[in-house]
Design a protein around this ligand. Structure first.
Ligand SMILES: [Zn+2]
Length: 430
């Protein structure tokens, strides 16, 4: 049966091929009449494609036109579905008798290599994969998770090959845990004003990992970096000193406060245990967020809990107050005054006899200069950037993409956070 969507008058008859010629025209090929592939169930449409008369095939090895040799049996190429109906192009590939390459299968513009999906359909799926999880895309368009994964992979490799890496001045390096256990990813972001994106991902968080980023970036571009943000992880510090010696290295606010929060958590966990062992009421139960959040962000219930807690002279509470006290540090403008405050804070904390906080103070002392670089870079690096990107990464890794492998997580992160370019299309489907 032939599908014809007729609009009067007769000269404006609209068929599927009319639409296809509008959204995806290939000058050396013509679309035939759409047909049901399954006349009974009517769930699949096939659209035959034929080469134009006298047109010669293009050799897939060298891209030159060559005389035809013979034709293979018809193949199906899946296209973007319409109205919940699967669409296939059907085409019998020609073989070209190329002068340089011998007999090769021709190259067709709607698909590359041995893929079963047309290029347009792959970009379509990849486009939706930015909005939905991969399984969701597969279900919405009646395809498989594997097809969505491969489409995103294709979009990412195209994007990485075509992205522009010039003009990068500020970068931030961060680590996130993925999977259970101590498995980390190293992430490098561009954090310039107006251009914030994920630049690179590497497995682990070793010196070797981070060196690979600089190898990718290249010597010349690395030399143009002005600011590098990081946490206090030793391998990162080492690599930055070596590979971005011309840049101001900043230990950023987010990572320093993260370290302090970890210390508070540690103090609290130990204290909960001790209080329980001593038979005290579980006053610290459900107190985690009151202690970790900044005071102005607490809910009213949490504020009540906090004032309750403050009546006890607990280590957790004192650690919390030490951190609240430290917040003032970030309000300084001059590095010299900030430095003075930092020294005083460290001295007070060293007297506190709360070991995890003392450890933080020792670390801050050790990295004093890099921390003060925060003030030297002021105005250039906004405090929320690395934190914001870090949250987005966590969201992506947590979303059910159905991935267990490193490759899948790497692709998902580049796809969602890399701001990768896409080719120009005559028609946008997504
Ligand atoms: Zn050739």
């Amino acid at each position: 049966m032939v599908l014809q969507y007729i609009i009067q008058p007769e000269s404006h008859r609209m068929q599927l091929k009319t639409i296809l010629n509008h959204i995806e025209r290939h000058k050396s090929f013509v679309y035939g009449e759409a047909q049901w592939a399954d006349t009974n169930t009517k769930t699949v449409i096939e659209i035959p494609i034929e080469p134009r008369a006298n047109g010669r095939p293009v050799c897939s090895k060298c891209g030159c036109k060559a005389p035809g040799y013979d034709r293979l049996s018809p193949r199906r190429f899946e296209y973007v579905p319409v109205w919940g109906i699967t669409v296939f192009f059907v085409y019998a590939m020609r073989r070209a008798d190329c002068r340089t390459c011998g007999v090769t299968v021709e190259q067709v513009p709607w698909c590359d290599g041995k893929h079963q999906l047309t290029t347009t359909y792959r970009w379509f799926l990849a486009g939706w994969a930015k909005r939905l999880c991969w399984q969701g895309v597969a279900e919405a368009f009646g395809t498989t998770w594997q097809n969505v994964f491969r489409s995103v992979k294709h979009a990412v490799s195209w994007g990485l090959a075509h992205r522009n890496l010039s003009g990068i001045e500020s970068i931030g390096v961060d680590e996130v845990q993925w999977q259970r256990g101590h498995k980390y990813l190293t992430l490098v972001y561009q954090i310039d004003d107006g251009s914030k994106r994920l630049l690179w991902i590497g497995k682990d968080r070793t010196t070797k990992t981070f060196l690979r980023f600089f190898r990718m970036l290249g010597k010349e571009r690395s030399g143009k970096l002005k600011f590098v943000c990081s946490d206090m992880w030793k391998p990162y510090l080492k690599v930055i000193a070596k590979k971005a010696a011309g840049a101001i290295h900043v230990l950023d606010r987010f990572h320093i406060m993260q370290k302090m929060n970890k210390a508070i958590d540690e103090v609290r966990a130990a204290e909960v245990k001790r209080l329980q062992a001593d038979g005290y009421e579980p006053i610290l139960k459900h107190s985690r967020w009151c202690l970790l959040k900044r005071r102005e962000n607490l809910t009213s219930k949490e504020t009540v809990k906090l004032s309750e807690l403050l009546q006890y002279n607990l280590r957790s509470v004192r650690a919390h107050l030490q951190r609240e006290d430290f917040q003032r540090f970030w309000e300084y403008v001059s590095p010299a005054w900030a430095g003075k405050f930092l020294d005083q804070w460290c001295t007070r904390t060293m007297r506190s006899r709360i070991e995890p906080m003392k450890k933080v103070a020792r670390t801050l002392r050790k990295h004093r200069e890099l921390i003060l670089n925060w003030f030297r870079a002021k105005g250039t690096i906004s405090s929320g950037t690395v934190e914001g990107l870090n949250n987005k990464v966590k969201l992506t890794t947590r979303k059910s993409y159905g991935f267990r492998t490193y490759e899948a997580i790497e692709i998902a992160l580049y796809h969602n956070l890399g701001r990768l370019p896409e080719p120009e299309f005559t028609h946008r489907f997504w």
